[in-house]
Each structure stands twice: as structure tokens, then as C-alpha cells.
Design a protein around this ligand. Sequence first.
Ligand code: SAM
Length: 328
Amino acid sequence: MADMTNFSRNDIVEILKDDRVNDKLFESADEIRKQYVGNDVHLRGLIEFSNICKCHCKYCGLRSDNKSVKRYRMSPEAIIECARNAVNSGYRTIVLQSGEDNYFSKDILCEIIKEIKIFDTAVTLSLGERTYEDYKAFKEAGADRYLLRIETTDRDLYKIMHPGSDFDNRLRCLKDLKKLGYETGTGCLVGLLGQTPESLADDILFFKEIDADMVGIGPFIPHPDTPLGMYRHGDFILALKVMALTRIVLKNVNIPATTAMETLNPNGQILALQSGANVIMPNVTFDEYKENYEIYPDKFRSGDRLSVEEKIKSIRRTVAQDYGFRKQ
Ligand code: SAM
């Protein structure tokens, strides 16, 4: 394998195409993970507070065109209560995620963020594309981090996958978030129709170029009520390779073992933790809402915190006790 400290685009493409190097790749990513971010695994409590979305992403079960979803929107009080429970059970980060739901105005969200910050926790937002003014207000209300996957850096593919959305606006959002001082997370889907190893290599180099603090990589999983419903899911090993390469190229970033990986492979999160990942985001949403946040079917349901901790300990890793910011 090429010099691991300095992969070129060509090296990345070659590695993605050659499965003979997989064991060495995963081992190297694991070593770099250990060297740069240690053995701690950060647990983030994920609250999926609204599945209402105005977007038309072709792969996503929450797309506004999908009329067979039972839509829900948690009240601000319920979101805050859910966050309180999660903090009481040990979480030091709360992630608030939703579809692009206009009901949640800047003011409503700022109130929710301020209330949750009282519990002494880091707050991550994942609400999609908003204005600079909104992002600024959320930051001033106390939000620490923001997740917004670029999904793919291939502009043509992006356009096909996201009717009505604008790649340049997504880039603008990521730049605004960085400028405002958020720990900024991005990432991509692996296995989109028409995606190439070259475009995945560009995704990895993009994460480095924008100096992403967190990177989430997930295999595409088809949802039957979307235009991509009849296509094959993304390849688990390929997604793992993109993640391992991201660790090797970006070194000290936070990388989740994603739910989509565990959905495709019953041991997916453990394998991810052993191939570069250092974060798990268990779902702490109240049960009555969980099943309707169906971005794809049979989404893996993380167990309670204890079972996640067991999983981490079973591979001799430790559960982090701090807020889990990016290590410098
Ligand atoms: N609306 C926010 C946004 O756009 O960032 C957050 C919610 S969105 C549902 C969260 C992520 O789900 C997306 O970034 C996308 O990568 C992932 N996702 C959606 N549909 C998926 C699918 N069919 N398979 C795998 N991941 C999917």
C-alpha cells in the first residue's frame, strides 16, 4: 500500500478498487484511530424529533413526496424531556436531528437549545440547510456542533439525487458552520447509483479540504417508497473502506460507527469501531416516535445504554466520560 501518511487521489482510488488490501487497510485505520483519538468511544444520544421534511432526496424515506409515512413532530417540551432523560442516563452530547421542518423556527429552536444546555451537555444539531442567521442564532443559544453530510461531492450525481436542492447552497452551509465556530460534521452515502471510486476519493479529499471535525459514512439502503426503492443497497465493505480511509487521511476527527452499517451487518458497528470509528450514536428518542423515523426500512434499533456499553467493553474499548470534542 502507498505511503499511509500522504495518500494521493490515485492511491485512494486504487485502494477502493483492490479488496486484497482490506485487512491491512482496516488494521492501519485502527492503529491511527488509537494513536490520535485513543480507546475511548463517545456516546451521543440521538433525538429524532420530527420526520416532517420539505425535501425530495431520492433515497430518503422521509422525502415529502412519500405519502405513506406517519408524520410526527415532537413538542418542544417532549424534546427537552427526552434530552433530560438521556443526560440523566449518562450522555454528554445530545444530537437533535429532524427532516427540514419549517415549523421549527429559529426562535423555537433557540429556546430548545438553551433549555437543553442547562443540563450541562454538548448539543449537536442536524436539521439540514438553514440561513447564516439561523446558524448564528443557534450557536449563540449554545449549540456546539452541526452535522450536515454533503452526501456526494459529484455535482451531477448530487443534482440527480436531490431534486430542487442546490449543491452550492449545501457547500455554503458547511462554510458558514465552520466560520461560526461549530464543530462541523459532514459525510457521504456509499452505493448511490452511478457513484464511482473516483467520486468517493473526491469525497474523502473534500472532508480534508473543509477541515471537517466529524465524518459520518453510511451505505445507501433502499426504501421501497422512494424512487430508488428497487435498487441494491450499498456495499458494506466498501462503506467500511471509505470510513477507514477517512480515518487515515484526516487522523484526529470523530467518526461514528453508523446505524446504516449495523443495519446491513449484525456486527457492523463493532467492525466499524475496529476499522477507524470512535463514536456511537444510540437513539434515545421516545419509543412512540422511533419507528416512524424511517429513512430506510429495518433501521437498526440501538439497545439501551448498558447494552451499547457492553458492546464497547467486549472489544476492550472504554466509554468516554467527557463531552467528546475533536482532539487537538
Ligand atoms: N435533514 C437533515 C439533513 O439533511 O442533514 C438530517 C436528516 S437526514 C434523514 C440524515 C441522513 O440520513 C442524511 O444525511 C442521509 O445521508 C441519511 N439517509 C437518508 N436516506 C438514507 C438511505 N436510504 N440510506 C442510507 N442513509 C440515508
